[in-house]
Design a binder for this molecule. Structure first.
Ligand SMILES: Cc1ncc(COP(=O)(O)O)c(C=O)c1O
Length: 401
């Protein structure tokens, strides 16, 4: 390699990262932030467990003082993920919700945000029960409808918070359009890119200001680490988020940083396989008599199909569907799959099935965001397509009889 790939910053300061040197995404996932360790030649960034770092004289150090403030393994992770999002700055957190919480701390009492009508339940709870009581207001809105967006807008709206595809209905928002709308009104656009990942969609290049991730999902990819990440282009936002990261202290452990770095190396190949398997699953569901409706942006019948085709490289690994037999049938299917494990979460190599109404979205049960009890959400993994389809077919056949 004769062109430089963004390397572990040798300083704990939040410096703009080197640009990607022209490397393709598939190369960056493996190498960005992770050139061989200058001290030992180790090809994997060491897990730096030290909580404190020796200083030559007071205030004279090699970029690291105390591990909450800055840690070399965390720097490698932040460099890598920021590069993948095409961002000059990245800040990592102990969970996706910790990352979202840090972003909401950019707002002040009296500010207002527009959020998706089917926001992830935990995001809704964060707005409603953590930031609501201290003065943040919000309006859940169908963000794919410009008139609804206009109706929800207030003079004090500061954030347009987007999930595209959304959790669990896989709605699609035209990010470039939404960014023009919000910027004309002096608001910032935040995109939760957890479902798409930077392999399928890069919101900053579409005009978004802030990207948030639950790296617990596809970035980690193996159901073995909880983490969060924020990417921004503005140095001022980066500085404020870095301040919150240090001052509030919801940092990821060095081992967790290592796990996400390890997982993300295969992001490109995993996403290709997730997309292929999910498309096959969506097709099976669409043709099965037990299924009333399939929600998958890859299906031409999906409302957001054309926008998704324009702004994404593939349609993702999540598929939701509503059973003709309502909740009873949904619970029976969830109980009957053998390969799809009944569990919360998504985005890992193994296929999962869940019932949003009683599981991931239970916290929105009595709100305008309540989810249809007949809905199931699948996180389609990377296993054999044939085995996945056979498993689903036998579970659906039980409720079609
Ligand atoms: C779209 C989305 N955003 C954020 C989160 C929160 O992430 P975490 O569980 O890592 O806190 C989740 C979790 O499921 C999610 O699905």
């Amino acid at each position: 390699m004769n062109e430089s790939i963004p390397n572990t910053l040798d300083s704990g300061e939040r410096l703009p990262l080197a640009r990607d040197g022209g490397w393709e995404f598939e190369t960056l996932v493996v190498h960005a932030g992770q050139e061989p360790d200058p001290g030992t030649g180790a090809v994997v960034p060491p897990i730096s467990l030290a909580t404190t770092f020796a200083q030559e004289a007071v205030g004279e150090h090699r970029g690291y003082e105390y591990s909450r403030t800055g840690n070399p393994t965390r720097t490698a992770l932040e460099t890598c993920l920021a590069t993948l999002e095409g961002a000059p700055y990245g800040v990592s957190f102990a969970s996706g919700l910790a990352a979202e919480d840090a972003v909401l701390r950019l707002l002040s009492p009296g500010d207002h945000a527009v959020i998706p009508l089917d926001a992830y339940g935990g995001t809704y709870r964060l707005f409603d029960r953590v930031h609501g009581p201290v003065g943040l207001s919000y309006t859940p809105t169908d963000e794919s409808d410009p008139e609804a967006l206009d109706d929800a807008w207030r003079p004090e709206t500061r954030f347009l918070w987007i999930e595209s595809p959304s959790n669990p209905l896989l709605n699609i928002v035209d990010i470039a359009e939404a960014a023009r709308f919000a910027h004309d009104r002096d608001a910032l656009v935040v995109v939760d890119n957890t479902f798409a990942t930077p392999y399928l969609q890069q919101p900053l290049s579409l005009g978004a200001d802030i990207v948030v991730h639950s790296s617990t999902k596809y970035l980690g990819g193996h159901s073995d680490v909880v983490g969060g990440f924020v990417a921004v282009t503005s140095p001022e936002l980066a500085e404020r988020l870095g301040f919150v990261q240090n001052a509030a202290g919801a940092v990821p452990s060095p081992f967790d940083c290592y796990l996400v770095l390890r997982g993300v190396k295969t992001l490109a190949v995993r996403m290709e396989r997730h997309c292929t398997n999910a498309a096959a699953v969506a097709e099976l569901l669409a043709g099965h008599q037990a299924v009333h409706r399939v929600l998958y942006p890859g299906l031409p019948s999906h409302n957001g199909h054309d926008v998704a085709a324009k702004q994404m490289r593939g349609f993702g690994g999540l598929v939701s569907f509503v059973l003709t037999g309502g909740e009873t049938a949904a619970l029976e299917v969830a109980r009957s799959t053998r390969l799809f494990t009944l569990a919360e979460s998504l985005g890992a190599v193994e296929s999962l099935i869940e019932h949003p109404h009683r599981m991931t979205h239970a916290s929105v049960a009595d709100s305008p965001l309540a989810v249809d009890p007949g809905l199931l959400r699948l996180s389609v993994g990377v296993e054999s397509t044939t085995d996945l389809l056979a498993d689903l077919r036998q579970a659906l056949d039980k409720v079609a009889r």
